[in-house]
Design a protein around this ligand. Structure first.
Ligand SMILES: NC(=O)c1ccc[n+]([C@@H]2O[C@H](COP(=O)([O-])OP(=O)(O)OC[C@H]3O[C@@H](n4cnc5c(N)ncnc54)[C@H](O)[C@@H]3O)[C@@H](O)[C@H]2O)c1
Length: 343
């Protein structure tokens, strides 16, 4: 790449190591430095040729770091994003924006004050299969879109992250802000907006604490409606064995239907099918099955860093709306294990 972007990473854990760092490398960009209080995480970054700092201040002092990916546990996003905004760095922050709505509001305000380039890391916008679905919908192949149906589930038990020696912060309400709902539903809510160019406005939800032995919800059903009347339903869960079918996305319209299997997630591939509403005939929709959503996310963010006119694809205010939907979803549920992001 002629003008490779110099990246920093705050929080060099699972998603940073397994998906973002390879995305940076494969895009031809450079991972310059990380900040992580964990000695094992810093050693892993140094093994990749990056400089490693125990605190954010060390990373902020790196002039070669232009863009910073924030991938700490959710409750720490705010402090990192505020400091990075103050320092004038571009920020790509993991979802959910924060563990609490008030933190996300403060982040959006800091972004607005500083004028930095900010994006939430909704990698699934960048999955080539989802981009192909969006193009087909914009071409009118589905007619009038009526409904979106999403299943996005996995198995996440109490000991889930122990293989890395990391804390399982996802089951701590204070660090995560909730359970399966706050962790997994942001993807489907944002993807709905991306696919049909229209956000969900009305939302209702039920959570469950059914199969796991911890304090946050291990499953949720959400139903939403856009301003023009598209209905969306999402089933997200931490209580579904990974060997079962658990990643499915359908967009239904008056002229046809698109189905995506195993496209939601961090990896490349999956299958997208179009079913014609008049004949019932089904065809595979072609897309690049090799490019991971993280690689495409790095490319898109780097491109927008260099070409400010492309930044219209990013919006802290839009992502704040997604956080408000999550808070409203939790506020509505009556399940004892549901933990609402603090107002
Ligand atoms: N987009 C996706 O598909 C996706 C996938 C996984 C995780 N995520 C998000 O990424 C974030 C991280 O998740 P993970 O699974 O990688 O977590 P993880 O526990 O594996 O890693 C978190 C890292 O943050 C570090 N950390 C803790 N406190 C810190 C601090 N004050 N400053 C800097 N680093 C600190 C930890 O030492 C650890 O290395 C979460 O917000 C999560 O929701 C997104």
């Amino acid at each position: 790449m002629a003008d490779p972007v110099g990246w920093g990473i705050v929080g060099y854990g699972w998603v940073a190591r397994d998906f973002m760092a390879p995305g940076i490398r494969d895009a031809g960009h450079r991972l310059v430095a990380v900040a992580d209080p964990g000695a094992e995480s810093r050693a892993a970054a140094e093994a990749q040729g990056a400089r490693a700092h125990a605190t954010l201040e060390g990373l902020l002092a790196e002039p070669e770091v232009e863009a910073v990916y924030v991938a700490t546990p959710n409750h720490l996003h705010r402090g990192a994003v505020e400091a990075l905004a103050y320092a004038g760095k571009a920020v790509l922050c993991e979802k959910p924006m924060a563990a609490a709505l008030a933190d996300a509001e403060a982040m959006a305000a800091a972004v607005g004050r500083s004028g930095i380039f900010y994006g939430t890391a909704f990698d699934q916008r960048h999955h080539p299969g989802h981009r192909a679905m969006r193009a087909a919908i914009r071409e009118g192949r589905l007619g009038t879109v009526t409904a979106i149906r999403i299943v996005y589930a996995c198995w996440l038990d109490r000991g889930w992250t122990s293989f890395r020696g990391q804390d399982n912060w996802r089951i701590d309400p204070a660090q995560a802000g909730g359970g399966a709902l706050i962790d997994l539903a942001p993807h489907g809510l944002d993807l709905t907006d991306f696919l049909i160019d229209e956000p969900i406005i009305d939302i209702a939800a039920m959570t469950q604490a059914r199969a796991q032995d911890y304090a946050v919800d291990d499953g949720a059903l959400l139903i939403g409606r856009t301003a023009s009347g598209v209905l969306a339903q999402l089933n997200v869960a931490y209580n579904c064995p990974d060997t079962l079918p658990r990643r499915r996305l359908e967009v239904v319209g008056t002229k046809g239907m698109l189905t995506a299997i195993d496209t939601m997630g961090q990896t490349a591939g999956g299958r997208v099918t179009f079913i014609d509403g008049s004949t019932g005939a089904s065809d595979d929709v072609a897309f690049d099955g090799q490019a991971s959503p993280f690689l495409e996310q790095v490319r898109a963010f780097g491109s927008a860093l260099r070409r400010p006119e492309e930044r219209v694809a990013y919006s802290a205010e839009r992502d704040l709306h997604t956080m408000r939907l999550l808070a409203r979803a939790y506020a509505q549920t009556t399940e004892a294990a549901a933990v609402a992001p603090a107002a």
